[in-house]
Write a protein that binds this ligand. Structure first.
Ligand code: NAG
Ligand code: NAG
Ligand code: NAG
Ligand code: NAG
Ligand code: NAG
Ligand code: NAG
Length: 925
């Protein structure tokens, strides 16, 4: 074992591993421990009889055949108390029901195996932000009536592809109704959607069209605007049985619901609906209850068949029906006028003004009568959209039809030419198109200000052609905007990717300017990667054109992406011909030497020791492959490498403080100070960022496979970098999980990987969890000096974590624990347990880990700028941030993009594009 412990697959580890891998797989936190905690936190009454050592015999608890808890059903039990976070450890839980109790506190995470969640009518104070992430088995959600803080339905709900019931009434949801509940969304089986009593606003999304929803309850929103827009989308939701949209701000007419042949319960009251109640609604055979009170409905009061429950639509509740007698028709003039405003969407201002059954008896807006006949219609400047009804022609006494200065589209109906008394038709300043019919002589025709008039089709598409008035036109405008939005998005995206490319190229260019020394660089370096029979085969070759001195030289060139050339002679020289005293570490496949170039740059040279059968060769090429593709502040950078028949050398930046393992476990022997908690925390965050980058932020998904303290190196400033990429595997494109030859170090290896060889990024998350445990406890992943049941750190840690009293005693004694530190350690301990959860899907993504840790770490301020920071850009920033910074400097920079082709080809970073960590986390689900 080297001093740095740079051992991967060292023989001792290996033997250990064989013995304990079985342990790793079989041991987990037992359900009974978790259930006992639950028993305490909810003060389980004696009637529950929760005393048997076998939880499967407990009342309200069910187990599967392997004695794992699959159901907890404690609804309606008048329980007080709270739920423990440990519930998430019931990894087989399918049904959790605690509805109608007095439970308080935050609701905990639950296993992704959950199918039913009934927690309505309690006093839970919060639901975890990403609670629904990965809940692909969840069918039934009822969380109504809990005092949650305002929250929005997030995209993570989309993970619940099995969803059938989503009931979230009166739980302070804000924002708009998401557009993924419809036919093209992720929930083919969704039948019950209840969002009543929240603070939603905006419209019923058009995407609901064609959905399989049977019960839609969105009534009674508390937001200022409530839900608005029209109800038109309902006409395409043909599975609906129940519609509760009452107590909102919906406008426009009741749509044609004749296709909804199962519809039985319709509550539309307390909105601003206008227009005539469609006869198709009255004729629906399935209809049982209908509520229409307090709208601005017009036309004849509807008469439903016997047996249909109707609220008091005529007496107290306001509407604008023309008579008080259900079923009695309106006067012919009223009928004509209503038919005329139908294609204008029954605007509210007409509904409000047109009262009674005689347009000439009261002052109806837009109507001028003479002698009981309508002589003038003046709809000018009313913000109308829709089309011109041919039914104007039925108003035979009309002399002037004035509808100028609106947003009306379509054609001028031919029928208007037959109006006997018409003197003036003014349709100027609208969006009309089509042939202008020929009117009799003497009719004054004003058609100016209609750009497309006379043309067959509108050139400038705008307004509605389906004749549904104002609100629909608004929707169309929205669509138009969103199309533009997409274009803008694409353009921005391209600019963005280019920008990032430029930033990265620029950084390499800058570096190469700083570092370029004499020497011949290869014309091309090609790295071929192929995926064969479960193993990633990497071949690297360096092509050097003839003519130069080096080409025939028996030595080899180190080649680095920024053109730094180090010859083997130099490497020999700086390591005293690879002498003993320059050794800083030994690993399974190589010895690491320290050296210093004449410019003072300290380097670490790893000299691969290849086995007889060429073992180690893959690790060598894999490391080159990875390190030329990825660059990150928290990944050790490769400065160069060298390969010929006899020598395989890798040159890295030198990390002066050595491996984390030295600081955690061997500080006494090394004569160094043990690490303070804050330093440990900052190291953990650095490492998490490095891994997060490997997992998601590069174009491809890399899996390190050997995260452990001896592969975490510390610089002079105690900032950490992940090293040793010899075992890194590239996830084959499009595959979130794949099989590989087992490699790594026991004690850190995720159980599913150790037992089946199935590899996902979650295997690194597991190892990282183990590292966190080591950071907290100062104990090694496998500690042979401990009693048998404590040898395996994860098992021991998990047990200690569940018990508040033992928790304190497991903290590394060298850490000074004050109150603040204790809270911080506590959080990290939970995170560690979460990361090393038994099932891969229970483990968080590294992005989550980074979030948790960075919230604990004080913002670290670099004391001096490094190269990456020259333009205020560093790799800690999110890429969008980096782009912003870069754009800010764009004007002033003297960016030289004339990079040589070979630089382009080898600057692997230049092909990086941004891939959201979301995308990669989805791929893992
Ligand atoms: C509908 O509600 C949204 C959001 O509350 C608001 O911005 C919009 O102006 C409303 N539309 C109408 C026609 O009132
Ligand atoms: C209803 O569905 C039809 C056919 O799928 C579609 O053309 C129409 O735009 C939809 N209407 C609404 C309001 O969604
Ligand atoms: C709806 O109408 C039914 C039938 O008259 C009535 O029983 C019910 O109370 C009404 N609901 C509301 C919310 O007005
Ligand atoms: C109103 O119209 C009716 C029939 O169209 C006609 O008989 C009557 O004379 C008209 N009244 C006036 C004052 O023009
Ligand atoms: C750079 O890469 C391109 C495409 O991979 C290749 O065609 C070209 O020959 C390479 N240039 C050099 C100098 O190797
Ligand atoms: C370095 O070691 C090699 C053998 O490994 C030997 O042949 C060579 O002479 C040595 N060179 C120096 C400068 O010591």
């Amino acid at each position: 074992m080297g001093k740095l412990g740079l051992s991967y697959g060292g023989s001792l580890d290996f033997v250990f591993g064989l013995v304990f891998s079985i342990l790793v797989i079989s041991i987990r936190c037992e359900d009974v421990e978790v259930m006992n905690i639950l028993k305490k936190t909810i003060n389980a009454p004696v009637t529950f009889q929760w005393t048997d050592p076998d939880v499967c015999k407990w009342k309200h608890v069910n187990c599967d055949s392997r004695k794992h808890v699959i159901a907890i059903q404690i609804g309606n039990q008048n329980l007080q108390g709270f739920l423990p976070k440990e519930l998430v450890m019931l990894t087989t839980l399918q049904k959790f029901e605690c509805q109608r109790n007095g439970l308080t506190g935050p609701f905990p995470y639950l296993s992704k195996s959950l199918q039913r969640l009934l927690i309505h009518d309690n006093k839970f104070s919060s639901l975890p932000n990403n609670f629904f992430t990965g809940m692909s088995n969840l069918q039934e959600v009822e969380i109504d009536n809990n005092p949650l803080p305002p929250w929005q339905i997030s995209n993570s709900l989309k993970d619940c592809v099995a969803l059938q019931t989503f009931s979230a009434e009166s739980v302070s949801i804000v924002g708009t109704i998401p557009d993924f509940f419809g036919r093209d969304g992720p929930f083919p089986g969704l039948v019950f959607l209840a969002l009543s009593g929240n603070s939603l606003e905006g419209v019923l999304p058009a995407s609901l069209s064609g959905s399989s929803i049977e019960n839609l309850l969105v009534n009674g929103q508390n937001s200022n605007n409530k839900l608005n827009g029209t109800l038109i989308v309902l006409q395409n939701m043909t599975s609906l049985k129940q519609i509760w949209v009452n107590d909102n701000s919906f406008t426009g007419p009741i749509p044609d619901l004749s296709q909804l042949n199962q519809l039985s319960d319709v509550n539309l009251r307390d909105n601003q609906l206008t227009g005539v109640v469609p006869p198709s609604l009255m004729n629906l055979p399935s209809l049982q209850v209908v509520n229409l009170t307090n709208n601005r409905l017009q036309g004849p009061p509807p008469k439903f068949r016997d047996g249909v429950g109707v609220d008091n639509i005529i007496g107290g509740g306001r509407n604008e029906f023309c008579t008080n007698v259900p079923g009695q028709p309106c006067s012919p003039l009223v009928n004509i006028l209503l038919s005329v405003v139908e294609p204008l969407g029954y605007p509210l201002k007409f509904a409000e003004s047109w009262q009674g059954n005689d347009p000439c008896a009261n002052k109806w807006i837009g109507i001028v009568c003479s002698g009981g006949n309508i002589s003038i219609i003046n709809f000018q400047n009313m913000g109308l959209s829709g089309t011109i009804s041919p039914n104007f022609a039925s108003l035979s006494s009309l002399t002037k039809l004035l509808i100028a200065n609106n947003d009306i589209t379509g054609a001028i109906p031919n029928q208007l030419t037959s109006m006997p008394l018409l003197q003036e038709l003014d349709v100027s300043n609208n969006n009309l198109y089509g042939r202008v019919p020929s009117f009799p002589k003497g009719v004054v025709l004003k058609i100016g200000g209609n750009p497309d008039i006379g043309k067959d089709k509108p050139i400038t598409p705008s307004a509605s052609s389906h004749g549904f008035g104002k609100d629909n036109d608004k929707d169309e405008d929205k669509n138009k905007n969103s199309v533009d939005g997409v274009n803008v998005g694409i353009v921005l995206g391209v600019v963005f990717v280019l920008g990032i490319g430029v930033i990265i190229l620029f950084m390499f260019w800058k570096r190469s300017r700083n570092h370029t020394k004499k020497g011949k660089k290869p014309d091309a370096i090609t790295i071929h990667s192929s995926y064969k029979g479960g193993e990633n085969v990497v071949k690297a070759s360096v092509v050097v054109s003839g003519g130069g001195n080096d080409a025939l030289s028996p030595t080899c060139n180190a080649y680095e992406v920024s053109n730094m050339v180090i010859s083997i002679q130099v490497l020999r020289q700086v390591t005293n011909n690879f002498s003993e005293e320059k050794i800083v570490g030994k690993g399974g496949f190589g010895i690491v030497y320290k050296g210093e170039l004449h410019d003072g740059t300290q380097i670490a040279v790893k000299r691969m020791q290849l086995g007889m059968m060429g073992e180690g060769s893959n690790e060598f090429t894999s490391e080159i492959e990875v390190l030329t593709k990825v660059r990150h502040k928290h990944l050790v950078s490769l400065l160069g490498y060298c390969l010929d028949e006899n020598e395989k050398l890798l040159v890295y930046e030198y990390m002066t403080r050595g491996a984390l393992s030295k600081h955690l476990f061997d500080w006494k022997e090394e004569g160094i100070k043990p690490l303070e908690w804050k330093t440990r925390l900052s190291i953990a965050l650095d490492v998490a960022r490095g891994i997060e980058y490997l997992h998601g932020l590069t174009q491809q998904i890399f899996i390190h496979r050997d995260i452990k303290p001896s592969n975490i190196l510390l610089g002079e400033d105690m900032r950490a970098k992940v090293s040793d990429f010899g075992l890194v595997r590239l996830a084959p494109e499009g595959k979130a999980s794949f099989q590989t030859r087992l490699a790594g170090t026991f004690g850190y290896m995720a159980p599913e990987y150790a037992s089946t060889g199935r590899l996902t990024t979650k295997a690194d998350v597991y190892s990282f969890g183990v590292v966190l445990m080591e950071i907290i406890t100062g104990r090694k992943a496998l500690d042979g000096s401990q009693p048998e049941e404590n040898i395996h750190l994860v098992t021991w840690f998990c047990r200690m974590l569940l018990n508040k009293d033992s928790f304190q005693s497991m903290i590394d004694r060298t850490i000074e624990v004050d109150e603040e530190t204790y809270a911080s350690i506590n959080t990290v301990a939970e995170l560690a347990g979460h990361c090393s959860a038994r099932e891969p899907y229970q483990r968080p993504d590294m992005s989550h880990v980074v979030n948790v840790l960075s919230s604990l770490v004080e913002v670290w301020k670099p004391t001096k700028q490094d190269v990456d920071d020259i333009y205020g850009i560093n790799f800690d920033m999110t890429l969008p941030e980096a782009l912003k910074r870069w754009q800010a400097f764009e004007g002033s920079s003297t960016l030289d993009l004339t990079l040589s082709p070979s630089t382009m080809n080898t600057s692997g970073g230049s092909t990086q594009t941004y891939q959201s960590s979301n995308a990669s986390s989805h791929a893992q689900m």
